[in-house]
Design a protein around this ligand. Structure first.
Ligand code: NAP
Length: 432
């Protein structure tokens, strides 16, 4: 391959082969746009024998030094995934004065400080558009296009697997486990789906987004995280009855109690734009103080959407190779992490579903315990599914999570309460 700017790539799986395809097929277009031809010079893989259509065999290597120590290579793309050795290889590349583009959200969320410091020391850039929401251009948008704003809130559906599962549960009325098995069979969920269904993947991405909008470093441990594994077909049916859908929402926003960042299943009004984001699609609603509300929608993963973001980063670097480092695109992160508002202080409405014995006075007892914590009820439904038993579903008015937890702990002690099945936040998209 002929090129002006030599690119080294670490990994050539799903995303890497998409990147290689774009760089080959659109060479002329890119040359016209950035006035230089970027091309793959070396590609690190684990297995030389694996079929890689379109990748010339002479580019492949098993030795990372062929990429990291080649002085000709100016830009390194990391699409291996995982923490080690990706972290070590990126550090080596940055220290060798190479710009790096990565799609690795876990690595940026957990080791961003170390990596950005290494980039700053060497005067090179570390770009990561593909790490959040795959093909949706949200990182450059926040860093460059929205730089004039204070962004007050981001609400995101940023994990395709959980959105696929919740959408399928909503459509078919099926239970979580059945839909998860089907999603795994169709390749929409990993065989070990923990990272997705327990909200870790969304939390990595949210840590990156929250860091950008708060101009602070976000410690993953501080992100309040609840997965979707306890959402049932019953909850989804009640949500529909009350005019809501359930989504795994990643939220970063400024509140009167401070900065908040959390990932949790959330009931959102059926007529809200995020409610119609279904299947593996992702979306982000951004609220900037000057621009107002913006919404981004698209494919949050997949070979070519992710490659689109990576090659976009590469071309931006190529266009600015001879310029001094762009301060907007470097990410100086404070060594100390931001202090986020504890979840207990955040005000929300809540949906609660519980099973009780069907006896007189049960409702009164529950109402009294809620009243003690100044929790008032917005909606209440009682159904009798089995003799002697009743299901109680209520939606509260706004209450702090602390008060809610205290009330729930007391309700759980009641002899007449058999089980509290679900507690789900209800989002009204208002600032508190
Ligand atoms: N897939 C998506 O839709 C998507 C979306 C957004 C972000 N991402 C991120 O993009 C990255 C890559 O994802 P992917 O789906 O392309 O993964 P993948 O298909 O598993 O590909 C990983 C590649 O890295 C190589 N590799 C892994 N460990 C290596 C090691 N120790 N030494 C040398 N080569 C190694 C593998 O080599 P072999 O080919 O020889 O096995 C393979 O080519 C991850 O960080 C992921 O989170 C992916």
């Amino acid at each position: 391959m002929n090129y002006d700017v030599a690119i080294g790539m670490l990994g050539c799986g799903t995303v890497g082969s998409g990147v290689a395809r774009l760089l080959q097929e659109k060479q002329n277009l890119y040359a016209q746009r950035v006035q230089a031809v970027p091309g793959l010079a070396r590609v690190l893989v684990r297995d030389l024998a694996r079929e890689r259509p379109g990748i010339p065999a002479e580019l492949l290597t098993l030795d990372p030094a062929d990429v990291l120590e080649d002085p000709e290579i100016q830009i390194v793309i990391e699409v291996m995934g995982g923490i080690e050795p990706a972290r070590e290889y990126i550090l080596q590349a940055l220290r060798a004065g190479k710009h790096v583009v990565t799609a690795n959200k876990a690595l940026i969320a957990r080791h961003g400080l170390e990596l950005f410091e290494a980039a700053a020391e060497s005067g090179v850039a570390l770009h990561f558009e593909a790490a959040v929401a795959g093909g949706i251009p949200i990182i450059q948008t926040l860093k460059r296009s929205l730089v004039a704003n204070q962004v007050d809130a981001i609400y995101g559906i940023i994990n395709g697997t959980t959105n696929y599962i919740l959408s399928a549960m909503t459509e078919a009325g099926s239970d979580f486990q059945a839909v998860l098995r089907e999603a795994q069979a169709q390749g929409f969920a990993e065989s070990d789906p923990t990272d997705d269904i327990e909200g870790f993947d969304a939390a990595y991405k949210l840590a990156i987004l929250a860091g950008l909008i708060f101009d602070q470093r976000i410690d993953m441990q501080q992100i309040h995280r609840v997965g979707i594994q306890r959402i049932s077909a019953e909850d989804i049916a009640y949500a529909r009855r009350f005019g809501y859908v359930i989504k795994l929402l990643a939220i970063a926003r400024r509140t009167e109690h401070g900065m908040e960042a959390r990932v949790n299943p959330t009931m959102i009004p059926q007529d809200h734009p995020l409610a119609s984001v279904n299947g593996v699609y992702n979306a982000l609603l951004v609220n900037g103080d000057a621009v107002g509300e913006l919404m981004f929608y698209g494919r949050g993963a997949g070979q070519m959407p992710t490659a689109s973001s990576i090659v976009g980063d590469v071309l931006n670097l190529v266009a600015e190779l001879d310029a001094p480092p762009n301060v907007l695109m470097s990410s100086p992160l404070p060594a100390t992490a931001a202090v986020l508002s504890p979840a207990e202080r955040v005000m929300n409405r809540y949906y609660i579903r519980l099973q009780t014995h069907d006896k007189p006075g049960v409702l009164g007892q529950i109402g009294a315990l809620l009243g003690q914590e100044e929790i008032s009820i917005h909606t209440l439904v009682q159904t009798k599914n089995n003799p002697g038993e009743a299901e109680l579903v209520l939606i509260s008015h706004p209450v702090s999570e602390l008060r809610l937890r205290q009330a729930v702990a007391q309700i759980r002690q009641l002899e007449s309460v058999r089980e509290i099945d679900s507690i789900i936040r209800v989002e009204d998209f208002r600032f508190h």
